[in-house]
Design a protein around this ligand. Structure first.
Ligand SMILES: Cc1cc2nc3c(=O)[nH]c(=O)nc-3n(C[C@H](O)[C@H](O)[C@H](O)COP(=O)(O)OP(=O)(O)OC[C@H]3O[C@@H](n4cnc5c(N)ncnc54)[C@H](O)[C@@H]3O)c2cc1C
Length: 171
């Protein structure tokens, strides 16, 4: 059985999968601005509480802080100012939306079979903000675990067994 129900996986097996809320901000941009704007990732440890990513969409610049673990309190009071300070597009946030990252205590995903269940239960969860880009490889790897194929690389750092103390059937 392969379980890939994100944080709901812990409804079946007690695993330390946590929700970390994320807020997305949308500021309108003009077509000529959009054409010139790349997809950005900004790391500025001296001035920003978390790194930022920004993606120009059809009518808006979408951006967000990449918050793992505890969000720092100043994060969202800073968010509107980011448009002026980093993007220089003379716009302001008109829309926000929210979603969750699913994280683990060591910030690495949980991928692999569970020894306590005779390696018959295989988990793929806890991908934080990186699940899309890894989905083809992770899907392939989960299938290989299920088919008990020989896997060359060492994926033990992602094993669910690293949480074996916490691991049991959820009540
Ligand atoms: C704002 C935001 C931006 C992101 N940007 C990126 C990005 O640019 N690049 C990137 O790589 N990743 C990005 N991610 C992360 C990416 O979305 C996740 O890592 C990825 O979706 C996780 O995949 P998943 O299959 O583990 O979980 P999910 O995509 O959440 O899928 C879990 C599925 O399980 C189903 N499910 C849950 N409970 C049950 C149940 N009890 N029974 C049956 N089905 C159930 C759900 O309906 C859902 O379909 C972003 C995430 C957020 C929130």
């Amino acid at each position: 059985m392969i379980l890939t129900a994100s944080s709901s996986t812990k409804d079946l097996l007690t695993l330390p999968l946590h929700h970390v809320p994320q807020t997305l901000l949308f500021a309108p941009i003009k077509p000529e601005q959009r054409k010139k704007m790349p997809i950005l990732i900004i790391h500025d440890d001296n001035h920003l509480p978390h790194s930022i990513y920004a993606i120009p969409e059809q009518e808006n610049l979408k951006y967000a802080f990449h918050v793992l673990g505890e969000g720092k309190p100043e994060t969202y009071s800073l968010a509107p100012k980011i448009v002026d300070q980093y993007f220089n597009i003379q716009s302001k946030v008109e829309l926000t939306s929210s979603c969750f990252y699913t994280t683990t205590p060591d910030k690495a995903p949980i991928i692999g079979p569970v020894k306590a269940f005779g390696n018959r239960v295989i988990i793929g969860a806890g991908f934080q903000g990186n699940g899309f880009k890894m989905s083809l490889g992770v899907g392939d790897l989960l299938a290989s675990f299920a088919l008990e194929e020989k896997i060359q690389e060492d994926y033990s750092r992602f094993s669910p067994d690293r949480f074996s103390k916490e691991l049991s059937l959820a009540k």
